[in-house]
Ligand binder design. Structure first.
Ligand code: FAD
Ligand code: UDP
Length: 376
């Protein structure tokens, strides 16, 4: 049988594209996925203790794009959830993103009052300011001191741990993901839509791919089958440099090692995630029951240990947002351009973009509407 489409990767990008092609164009799709499961990095499962955990680190869905939320709502119900994060700073638990409450958690009340007032006067209330911008624009001595304090105690060491680079060696968009928030809102995200799939991500993927026009081959890499499977067109959601056999050199990625720990305690920590910018070699601990709302006996949490990516040894979780790597990616993009109309590249690895899940879904929906439907 010849498939209309071969899709490489069963993460959000590949699965959404498969669903659209199968249900809207009525064409046939084969997905090949090298891992033993669906879902890419969003995969979840019940561990030996019956706790629903995320194999590749905590995944919280958040978006301002109602069409993305509504699209996925055809395949899952949502459980409403607001993620809250505390960071250990100078031995205290402090809300992150750093906000006005964080001032009061750290400093004597009168001094916190003074800083809060200056932040509001200088930047406005309910305004988000990236740390690198506050550092550049702080006008008073108090604000300068505060900016240095936050930079040093919240961002510097965490970023060096996570990326092996200092904040200013990365695209400013990285630390801007967690801006200083001149507000009393303690939530990690302020998006209009936030939550987790009620029955887990894996179930969401099973529903997305439950269509007679879609077949899935797990435990199968593209390279193993590329010569054998007949297909018309290809969508590739893996590493773009791997597709082109590293023609222009390796694109760098950052990897992680995850350690899962089960405890008999009802609750391990007060909120979903606790960040450790300055202590330990892991960056954060996440307790899944907060995210999923499960009420099992005992609890499972995860520690995340950043690692350099080594081809063949660990997985490429993060593209590294830096100008020089973007320039290298552009060389691969030029190669991809030569295959236009026959091979489509999309996703966190193929676009070499630090996408959140909603952005991966939006990218897939837009590729479908703008290029796939039109190309006939
Ligand atoms: P992926 O999920 O990486 O899927 C690509 C798939 O392709 C993989 O399954 C891979 O095995 C397969 N593949 C690659 N190459 C080949 C090949 N040659 N042959 C066969 N198969 C192949 N986003 C959020 O919105 N909220 C969060 O809270 C959040 N937390 C995150 C935490 C961590 C630790 C990480 C790493 C990411 C997090 N994300 C989060 C981002 C989220 O994981 C991505 O946005 C999403 O997974 C991107 O989907 P994708 O399909 O593009 O890529
Ligand atoms: N960051 C930090 N300290 C924190 C939280 C975040 O320095 O307490 C920086 C760090 O560089 C991190 C980036 O902000 O990589 C983005 O954080 P986010 O929580 O969005 O990372 P992700 O969930 O994607 O790993």
């Amino acid at each position: 049988m010849k498939f209309d489409w071969l899709i490489v990767g069963a993460g959000f990008t590949g699965s959404v594209l498969a669903e659209r092609i199968a249900s809207q164009l009525k064409q046939t799709v084969l997905i090949v996925e090298q891992r033993p499961h669906l879902g890419g990095n969003a995969y979840d499962y019940y561990d030996d203790h019956g706790v629903l955990v995320h194999q590749y680190g905590p995944h919280i869905f958040h978006t301002n794009a109602q069409y993305v939320w509504d699209y996925l709502a055809q395949f899952t119900q949502w459980r409403s959830y607001y993620h809250r994060v505390l960071a250990v700073v100078s031995g205290k638990l402090v809300p992150v993103p750093f906000n006005l409450n964080s001032l009061y958690a750290l400093f004597p009340p009168r001094y916190a009052d003074k800083l809060a007032q200056q932040l509001i006067e200088h930047y406005g209330f309910n305004v988000k300011v990236p740390i690198l911008r506050i550092r550049d624009t702080a006008s008073s001595d108090d604000l300068k001191l505060l900016a240095e304090y936050i930079y040093e105690h919240v961002f510097h060491h965490y970023t060096v741990k996570q990326w092996g680079l200092k904040p200013e060696e990365l695209s400013p968009s990285v630390t801007a993901r967690v801006p200083i928030y001149v507000s009393y809102d303690d939530r990690y995200f302020q998006d209009t839509f936030q939550g987790l799939p009620k029955q887990g991500y894996t179930r969401l993927f099973q529903n997305l791919l439950n269509h007679p026009n879609i077949k899935v081959l797990l435990n199968t890499s593209y390279q193993e089958v590329m010569q054998e499977i007949p297909y018309q067109r290809l969508i590739f959601t893996g590493q773009i440099d791997e597709f082109f056999e590293h023609l222009h050199g390796d694109l760098p990625y950052r990897s992680l090692h995850f350690k899962f720990i089960h405890t008999e305690q009802e609750q391990f920590q007060a909120v979903g995630t606790v960040n450790y910018p300055n202590e330990y070699t892991y960056t954060r601990t996440t307790e899944f029951k907060h995210l999923t709302g499960q009420r099992e006996y005992g609890s499972t949490y995860i520690e995340e240990y950043p690692q350099p990516y080594r081809r063949g040894e660990n997985l490429p979780y993060y593209p590294i947002p830096r100008d020089e790597y973007r320039a290298l990616y552009k060389k691969y993009e030029a190669e991809a351009e030569k295959l236009k109309g026959r091979v489509f590249f999309a996703g966190r690895l193929a676009d070499y973009q630090y996408y959140n899940m909603d952005q991966a879904v939006a990218r897939a929906l837009s590729l479908f509407e703008k290029e796939i439907v039109r190309s006939g």
